[in-house]
Design a binder for this molecule. Structure first.
Ligand SMILES: Nc1ncnc2c1ncn2[C@@H]1O[C@H](COP(=O)(O)OP(=O)(O)O)[C@@H](O)[C@H]1O
Ligand SMILES: [Mg+2]
Length: 463
């Protein structure tokens, strides 16, 4: 972070000082929310955690060298007290951004593919100059300001992931670090429970192009009509990416190898070059094009972009992570996240990999789908059954609707197996897997199915 005194931080956030001997003390270290990451000069922000309240760790943070805690109540250690810690982090992040007029800020949103696109874009843009991007999915009212607070005087680019669980969220994130470039990937049913209809989801994603200035660039997916329509909602110049003929940054001659890794010809306004992705799944063509379009706007040419995309490996875990076991079983760990569209994309990749192999899908709950949850799980079951599987293993409370959906596919010849949890899913697989089989494991993070995928990937040789 840019060094700021306690006094300055208090002014920016409206905080009251407590147990603070000297307001001139400077926070020169990082802003952390985990006391174990506190180092001399750090600011420790106390948040209510899932298991423990951060205020209980203020003393540990201070012992590790943190100069001040940002919290909502006194703990006996030097503190900046506010009513709302995430809001204070947002104000602080904005003050830092305002001190760096040369910083180029790009935001990425969409219902699926944000983290992957962010990682690809950071890989490309990082070659142009010092770049900050979020770790994992630091994309909400806490993760976003923490990411912004990592920028320093020498940072040239900030590539941010912006997530919305309701109207106004993306707008608020854009106020924390106003982007000049904004990417919208797709409008799908992720978080349908909070939002309602696709129209409402599209309106929330449109907050990013709406926040862009007239000298900014809106990068929109030409293949998604709800995204392409956002061109009418932005003051910024529009650049379209996608497979459509009217896209400015396009992919032609798309092919998939046996592990569903796409290669394609990247067509940019200034030239073309061949890309061979190391990521799995055709959906990653869209993500790669979005990253390419962004890098192109920052001055990178088609050759350099193609080289960067072709060498990029997945930086964030459990997204279409493919392991080939010594016995030839292929395990696809896509257990980080699931939404109706993400399941469709993962099943498409599985179908490609299943060419000549027996394929199993282990599907668990897709979270946050609200009142249409049952319907979406039935559709996922049908889509799985239409994918020519040897077996669908449906896990947990949503197993029943998934199996119902699968049974409706009358020409499905595979096995339908419902199990209560990951342990039972593993047991079912151990009985069935043979050398050369491919297994997809997919669910929302809350279902915890990564344990199944990790155990399988590390697993003993099958019968
Ligand atoms: N462009 C896309 N279209 C559909 N599904 C996608 C796309 N990109 C990624 N996915 C699916 O969504 C999952 C999450 O990807 P991720 O990049 O973490 O997205 P996000 O950050 O938006 O949640 C992936 O594992 C994949 O199954
Ligand atoms: Mg993400």
């Amino acid at each position: 972070m840019i060094p700021l005194s306690i006094e300055q931080i208090a002014r920016i956030t409206g905080a009251n000082l407590d147990s603070m001997p000297d307001p001139a003390v400077v926070v020169a270290g990082p802003v952390v929310i985990d006391s174990r990451q506190a180092v001399p000069g750090a600011l420790f922000a106390a948040l209510p955690g899932e298991r423990a309240d951060g205020h209980g760790f203020a003393a540990a943070a201070a012992a590790a060298g943190a100069v001040v805690m940002l919290g909502i109540r006194p703990t006996g250690t030097p503190a900046l007290l506010v009513a709302d810690v995430p809001a204070a982090l947002g104000l602080l992040a904005r003050a830092v951004v305002d001190q760096l007029p040369g910083l180029v800020i790009a935001g990425i949103t969409g219902s699926a593919g944000k983290t992957t696109t962010k990682d690809l874009a950071a890989e490309l843009i990082g070659s142009l100059g010092p770049t900050i991007w979020p770790q994992n999915s630091f994309n909400n009212e806490i993760g976003h300001p923490l990411t912004v607070l990592r920028v320093g005087e020498h940072t040239r680019y900030l590539v941010a992931e912006l997530s919305a669980r309701g109207p106004g969220h993306i707008d608020a994130l854009c106020r924390i670090a106003p982007p000049r470039l904004g990417v919208v990937l797709c409008v799908g049913n992720a978080h349908a429970g909070e939002f309602g209809s696709l129209t409402q989801i599209a309106a929330a994603k449109a907050e990013l192009p709406q926040a862009l200035p007239a000298d900014g660039v809106a990068l929109l997916n030409a293949d998604d009509p709800l995204v392409a329509a956002m061109a009418a909602k932005t003051a910024a110049r529009v650049v379209k990416f996608g497979r459509s003929a009217d896209a400015d940054v396009r992919a032609t001659a798309v092919r998939l190898d046996g592990l569903s890794r796409p290669s394609f010809t990247l067509q940019m306004p200034d030239g073309s070059a061949v890309v061979e992705l190391r990521l799995h799944g055709e959906h990653n063509v869209t993500n790669a094009l979005a990253a390419a379009a962004l890098a192109g706007q920052l001055g990178m040419d088609a050759d350099a972009i193609a080289a960067g995309l072709s060498s990029a490996t997945a930086r964030s875990k459990w997204r279409m992570e493919v392991t080939e076991r010594p016995d030839g079983v292929v395990v696809v760990n896509d257990a980080y996240n699931a939404s109706p569209e993400a399941v469709t994309a993962a099943l498409a990749a599985l179908r490609v990999m299943a060419d000549g192999r027996r394929a199993y899908a282990v599907l668990g709950r897709m979270a946050e789908l609200g009142e249409r949850s049952r319907e979406f799980h039935e559709q996922a079951g049908s889509a799985a059954a239409r994918s020519g599987l040897a077996g669908l293993i449906a896990v947990g409370d949503e197993a029943a609707p998934m199996l119902t959906g699968a049974k409706a596919v009358t020409d499905f010849r595979g096995e339908l197996i419902g199990v209560p949890d990951g342990t039972a899913a593993l047991a079912a697989l151990r009985e069935r897997l043979r050398p050369g089989d491919v297994v997809l494991v997919k669910a929302s993070r809350a279902a915890g199915l990564q344990t199944v995928a990790l155990a399988l990937a590390a697993g003993e040789v099958s019968r």
